[in-house]
Design a protein around this ligand. Sequence first.
Ligand SMILES: [Zn+2]
Length: 293
Amino acid sequence: MKSLLDALRSGKTLVSDGAWGTMLYEKGLKAGECPELWNATNPDKVREVAAAYIEAGSDMIETNSFGGNRLKLAQYNLADRAFELNEAAARISREAAGEDRFVLGSIGPTGKFLMMGDVTEQELYDSFKEQALAFEKGGADAVVVETFYAIDEAETAIKAIKENTDFEVACTFTFEPQQDGSFKTMTGVSPEDMVRATLAAGADVVGTNCGNGFEKMVEIIASIRAAAGDTPILVHANAGMPQAEGDRVVYPETPEFVAKVVPKMVEAGANVVGGCCGTTPAHVKALKAALGR
Ligand SMILES: [Zn+2]
C-alpha cells in the first residue's frame, strides 16, 4: 500500500484518470446492466479501460466499483457478490497499474438517505466496510469516496474505511450552482461544510467531482481551499453538460479545452486533477501535457 499523501508532499500536481462508465458503454455495456458485474464477466474489457488511462499517463487510476456497495447491488440481485466484485475491481486496476502508479478504490453513494429512514447507519457502515476490505484484499492503495452529497453518509463511509483498514481516504462531493451564485449539493451542503465535516471524520484528501464541467470547478476549488488549510485537494471534473445527439450522449468539453482550464484549477488549489463523466484517455493526456509533465 503506497501513501498518496507522501507523493503529494513533493508539491507535484498529480494526474488521475477519466471516466469509467463512459468507456465501458463504448465497450458494449448496456443501459440497465450492472457495471460492477463486468469485473467478473468481462474482466478483460475492464482491464482495457484501466490500461488506457495508465498508457495516457495517469499517476493513479480508480476501480470499477462506483456502484459496488451491497445496497446498490441489491437492485441487480447481486448483494451477496459485493465482496467478490469489489475485490476483482481492485485486482484488475492493480494489474493494469503495476506497482508504481496508485490504485484508488472507488466508493459511490448508496442512493439511500439516512434522514429519510431509507437505511440505518449500521447498514451503511457495513456496506462501505465490506467494499474497503475487498479493496484491501484486491491490492488497492487508497480509497476515494466520491459524488457524495450528504454529510451523514460521507461521514459513515470515511469512518467505515478508517476504522477497518489502513487506507488513506479522499472524499469528493458533487456541487450544483445556486441562484445566488454559490454552490451546494442537492441536499444543501456547501463546500465549506463538506470540508469541515469530512476532515473531522478523518478524510486525508478532500475535493469535488462531476456536475459542472472543468471551468466552474475553479470557483469550487477556491472555496474548498479556503476551508481546507493545507489538506490536498482532488478534482475529477466532467466534460461539461451531456447533450443528446441522435441516440448518443455527447460531452462538449474537448481535451484542448480542458488543457486550457487546468492551470487555473491548480492555481485555485487543486493537487490532483482528473476527469469524471465524458472524459477519456485523450483528456488525461491533455491534462498531463498542460501541467508540463
Ligand atoms: Zn461524473
